[in-house]
Design a protein around this ligand. Structure first.
Ligand SMILES: [Zn+2]
Length: 209
């Protein structure tokens, strides 16, 4: 089963994680995971610029080291680089020490490009992080989960269906996940411009958390 909107119970069970931003008026918080990569990330940046939208890019450190100039472009255009581990590790399957080191490795890449921020943002790949891992990083990072998962990476889903669900489930304060990845690109090309257009027309702004 695909869960487009995070159930309230899950948010209640894990209140230490950020799932959405409460009490916001017509703001949506877009996030793009797994980049930066050529073509796809550049496409996303162009779309965001067209709507004066700002977003968080949860980058894989390895990709930043391969394509630093694209990471620089993200920052120059007023977006934020978040941490998504260096090698896209699965928290539940990774020893805590290895996991924490991998996050630090990613942060080294980010810190070379983005001015050091007092609060750093981290999104665990697959949304999976052990409590022990969280406790190790919580003084340095705010863990950002999501309210809306678009399933843009699911190549078995029609882009029209992805768009329809994303439009229906997003509310003010939603943290929304897209992916700037090769796999998601066919869906993203259809969904992102239409999604931005729809909510911009309704008077929404797209901001960094
Ligand atoms: Zn990811």
């Amino acid at each position: 089963m695909r869960i487009f909107k995070t159930p309230a119970l899950l948010r209640y069970l894990f209140p230490d994680y950020t799932w959405r931003k409460p009490n916001t008026e017509k703001n949506i918080y877009l996030t793009f995971d797994d980049g930066p990569i050529p073509v796809v990330t550049e496409f996303v940046l162009k779309q965001l610029a067209d709507f004066q939208a700002k977003a968080i890019f949860f980058c894989v450190g390895e990709n930043i080291s391969r394509f630093p100039e694209i990471a620089q472009l993200i920052v120059r255009q007023g977006h934020y680089l978040g941490n998504h581990t260096h090698n896209h590790l699965r928290g539940w399957a990774t020893p805590t020490e290895t996991y924490v080191q991998n996050i630090a490795l990613c942060q080294e890449q980010i810190d070379q490009i983005q001015e050091n921020t007092s609060v750093k943002l981290f999104r665990p790949p697959y949304g999976r992080i052990k409590q022990k891992q969280f406790l190790k990083i919580k003084s340095t990072y705010r863990v950002i989960m999501w309210d809306i998962l678009t399933y843009d990476f699911d190549i078995t889903l029609a882009p029209e269906k992805i768009l329809q669900q994303a439009l229906k489930k997003t509310t003010s304060g939603s943290v929304v996940v897209f992916h700037d990845s090769v796999k998601a690109f066919p869906n993203l090309q259809y969904v992102l411009p239409r999604y931005l257009h729809y909510f911009a027309e309704q008077g929404y702004s797209f901001k960094v958390l």
